[in-house]
Design a protein around this ligand. Structure first.
Ligand code: BGC
Length: 598
């Protein structure tokens, strides 16, 4: 989430606060080496270009930079587009002409901005910061850039003749465009009515400067909101050799038009504040995963400037329905729903559909409704296959003669994908049951007999205790494997084994990598858990909601999910964690800290 967060925060800051401030003064001759030295001098931390480690919000407050010399650009140039896209500049510069690349940013006051709930509080937020982008270009391209800037100004109806020669100039070796504007005046056009009156009361500067000199281009942006002075901007300007930004007179019209032209998404992005609301309907707070999912979707949406209404329905279908109704009534434009019962939402979704609300089925499919617009999940059949294959390999079913004893615990019949998980596993293991290499002493192999309503730990435990008592106790028979579809049910099976069973410990599978179960993996009680990285799913769902709200193309990668019609779907890929790889997958990736697992 790091990178996404930085991106959205930067955009939010740039827009919300008018921190697009530029530096005016003499055109600076600056190349990547000097840029890096300037960043070091300012005490900004250095981040590896294209590395896994990206700056987060705290780093933004302290200041960071990322640069790529010619070799890095040659090897990993693809990242330039990603960084440019961070600032909405991907269509402005052609990265194939870039020979070296550096960006730096430092913003103070972000935390207050993140906590902003009431538009009136905007007045109390103090922000101060700057952003710089420096590129060395190939020979012809720097000339093209100046011509391009001129064309761009004509396109947006700002005749270069109307700009003073401090604002715009083309010289033999390059030139510059520098605009400086009153934050409140520029920003009011970017907000909806709710925010507009608050925005009008802001004080601050907003400016942007693009300077081309020889083969080097420097873009500086930044400013201050409600702060006495734009000190960060001044520091950037000084370190990079530019003069005081106040040297250029205010040109709100040109600035606003340019900003809108460079990144048209930005206006709708900020107008999301207060007006573009997403409802997030999660089944229950009882399971760790839904808390993580819900929190992260909400935070990601909020960091991108949207409002989010997150509700948990205590695993009660009627509660979920009334929460969804409430979300529709209170103006949510997109709903992200993890259904408690996939077949019970038809009526409320019709209402959503009539109100023009877009519905995303999250993780669990929603059936019997033609009002589901998108589906986002992990490949659920693959989850089951991975579990089945794990058992097959752990018991060496292909190279030993067995027989081995196995039992099954599946998920909630109300959850339409519980059967997918189970069938994925069964398709791997059934041939061994049929050939007699795997024995299911309870005889329970069809989904209905092994299902666990509401994925309840207690229900899974009670059923497992019955099976152990009647099939594996008198005399003791070793259970070699217990295939559980998820972690909450695996937890129940472990409890049952702990309380009644005397044989050797079976291979137990799970899904979700919940903390309790990862501790079981470390302690040897559970063999594996399929890891569906909620960070990937939640961020992708928030992104999907953003794409819908902005009218952009919605990224999907499958149409395999059919609910009377094919639903455009985004499927993420699961992996498994066990004793051999859990550190890399769960700790090194920052999902858990080591302390959380001890
Ligand atoms: C999810 C699982 C989760 C289960 C219980 C399923 O729909 O896919 O990850 O363990 O619900 O909440």
């Amino acid at each position: 989430m790091r990178k996404t967060k930085v991106i959205s925060v930067l955009l939010a800051v740039a827009m919300l606060t008018g921190l697009f401030t530029g530096c005016s003064g003499k055109a600076s001759v600056i190349d990547t080496d000097r840029f890096v030295k300037a960043c070091d001098k300012m005490g900004l931390s250095d981040y590896e270009f294209g590395g896994d480690d990206s700056p987060d919000e705290g780093d933004l407050e302290d200041g960071f930079y990322i640069y790529a010399d010619e070799d890095a650009v040659e090897d990993d140039g693809v990242f330039i587009d990603q960084y440019l896209a961070t600032f909405g500049l991907q269509d402005v510069f052609d990265s194939s002409n870039v020979e070296s690349f550096a960006i730096a940013a430092k913003f103070a006051g972000l935390e207050d901005l993140e906590d902003l709930e009431d538009p009136d509080d905007l007045e109390s937020i103090k922000l101060d910061g700057a952003f710089a982008l420096q590129m060395t270009l190939d020979d012809d391209y720097s000339e093209d850039i100046m011509e391009g800037l001129e064309d761009l100004l004509e396109d947006i109806d700002i005749s270069t003749k109307k700009l003073s020669d401090k604002e715009f100039s083309v010289t033999k070796n390059g030139g510059y465009l520098r605009l400086h504007a009153d934050a409140a005046k520029v920003l009011k056009d970017f907000f909806d009515d709710d925010m507009r009156s608050a925005v009008k009361k802001l004080t601050g500067d907003i400016a942007l400067s693009v300077e081309v000199n020889g083969n080097n281009i420097l873009v500086l942006a930044g400013g201050a909101l409600n702060a006495k002075s734009s000190s960060e901007l001044k520091k950037f300007a000084k370190a990079f050799g530019a003069v005081n930004p106040a040297g250029v007179s205010t040109n709100d019209k040109a600035f606003g038009a340019l900003l809108e032209f460079i990144n048209p998404g930005m206006s709708s992005f900020t107008s999301g504040m207060g007006s573009k609301k997403v409802g997030i309907s999660m089944p229950t707070k009882d399971l760790q995963r839904w808390n993580q999912d819900g929190d992260l979707i909400k935070k990601t949406l909020e960091a991108a400037g949207y409002e989010a209404d997150l509700q948990y329905a205590n695993n009660k279908v009627d509660v979920q329905i009334s929460q969804i109704e409430d979300m529709i009534n209170t103006g949510c434009k997109v709903l992200i729903i993890a259904a408690i019962e996939g077949n019970s939402l038809g009526t409320v979704l019709e209402k959503a559909n009539k109100s023009g609300v877009t519905v995303i089925a999250y993780d669990r499919p929603i059936m019997d409704s033609d009002c589901v617009d998108y589906y986002i999940s992990f490949d659920n059949y693959l989850v089951g296959q991975i579990q089945g294959e794990y058992v097959r390999n752990a018991l060496s079913l292909d190279s030993t003669s067995g027989p081995y004893y196995i039992e099954f615990t599946a998920g909630d019949p109300g959850d339409n994908f519980a059967a997918f998980f189970y069938n994925g596993a069964m398709d791997v293991l059934r041939p061994y049951i049929d050939s007699g290499k795997l024995i299911v002493a309870s005889g329970q192999t069809d989904f209905d007999s092994v299902a666990t309503p509401k994925w309840s730990t207690e229900t899974a435990q009670a059923r497992a205790e019955n099976i152990i008592y009647s099939c594996y106790m008198y005399p003791t028979v070793n259970i070699d494997a217990w295939l559980c579809s998820n972690d909450s049910t695996a937890w129940g099976v472990v409890n049952a084994l702990d309380s009644t069973y005397t044989g050797s410990w079976p291979v137990i599978t799970g899904m979700d990598c919940d903390i309790v179960n990862v501790k079981y993996i470390i302690g040897g009680k559970q063999a594996m858990s399929v890891f569906k990285d909620t960070r990937t799913l939640a961020v992708q769902a928030a992104r999907m909601a953003g794409q819908i709200l902005e009218g952009d193309n919605v990224a999907v990668n499958s149409s395999s999910y059919n609910n009377s019609i094919d639903i455009p779907t985004f499927l993420c890929e699961p992996v498994f964690a066990d004793i051999n790889n859990y550190k890399a997958i769960l700790i090194d990736s920052g999902y858990y800290t080591e302390a959380e697992l001890t």
